[in-house]
Design a protein. Structure first.
Length: 287
């Protein structure tokens, strides 16, 4: 069996031997640096007996590093051409391989598979995510998979900054608010382009996301749909003052009641601020 990672040359040889090539459509960039995958496994905090879900397992470099911690790993891969190679590489280590698309998979069905020692019934998600699906996968997991209690994702730097940004940061936006509603997030490391095949033209970062015990805004007080309706409206015109960007959505009295300056911009409000504003501007009642 190969080591944790195949070399740059070996990756090319294996793909060529099977008539495969990195897919631009799937955003495939394979890690060929052993230190990088071990670092990701360490930062994810996984260990013996823990349930780990890896999205986009590829050729299995990170999968092996996760399995070597003693964790029970479920590896998801959408590329049917890679799946046989992945199986042959990681199934001897006890890894469960699932061919599925993270944008459409059934989270409940996937996570119903519990390792024998898993008493907490919680999962850690670890992934090397292409920029074109990264935000969608993270938000789907936060919205639809409450059993995923933490994530360690490798994403394009700009995407990572959006996921982890706080109010006032230039990267802060509606995605940042959605993440903050469910979790705390922070950038915990950078990854150079040199560790990938093919080499991407962008820098990557590692983002750690930890789910809150309860969401930041009580859904019994503020419906999530209403909350994020306001957030989207505010950030649709992020350079305008809120009294302009939310005109027709929030009246002047609501700003006063919520203690929000109507001259502020969307980027100035944290998730709790948005929650107070939504609670004071509940929208039209259903008939």
């Amino acid at each position: 069996m190969p080591g944790v990672t195949w070399s740059r040359r070996r990756v090319r040889e294996v793909l060529e031997a099977h008539g495969l090539a990195p897919s631009r459509a799937l955003g495939q960039n394979f890690v060929v640096d052993e230190n990088t995958v071990r670092r990701i496994a360490r930062l994810s905090g996984v260990g013996p007996g823990m349930a780990v879900l890896e999205i986009g397992a590829g050729l299995g470099a990170l999968t092996v590093a996760l399995a070597e911690t003693g964790a029970h790993v479920t590896a998801v891969e959408v590329d049917r051409g890679l799946v046989p190679l992945l199986r042959s590489h990681v199934e001897p280590m006890g890894v469960r391989v699932v061919e599925a698309d993270a944008l459409t998979l059934d989270w409940h069905e996937l996570l119903a598979h519990d390792p024998p020692e898993d008493d907490a019934s919680s999962w850690t998600l670890v992934a090397n995510l292409p920029y074109n699906v990264a935000v969608a996968v993270v938000l789907r997991a936060l919205d639809e998979a409450p059993r995923v209690r933490s994530m360690l994702v490798m994403v394009q730097r700009e995407v990572g900054e959006r996921l982890a940004a706080s109010p006032g940061h230039k990267a802060y936006g509606a995605v940042s608010v959605k993440v903050a509603y469910h979790a705390t997030a922070r950038v915990v490391g950078r990854v150079p382009a040199s560790v990938f095949v093919p080499r991407p033209s962008v820098e990557s970062v590692l983002v750690r996301i930890d789910r809150r015990p309860v969401v930041a805004v009580d859904p019994a007080a503020v419906a999530p749909a209403r909350l994020f309706e306001l957030v989207r409206a505010g950030f649709a015109h992020r350079r305008k003052m809120l009294r302009q960007s939310l005109a027709g959505v929030v009246d002047a009295e609501a700003f006063t009641a919520a203690g929000i300056d109507p001259r502020a911009r969307a980027e100035n409000l944290g998730v709790e601020d948005w929650g107070r504003l939504a609670a004071c501007a509940p929208g039209p009642r259903e008939s």
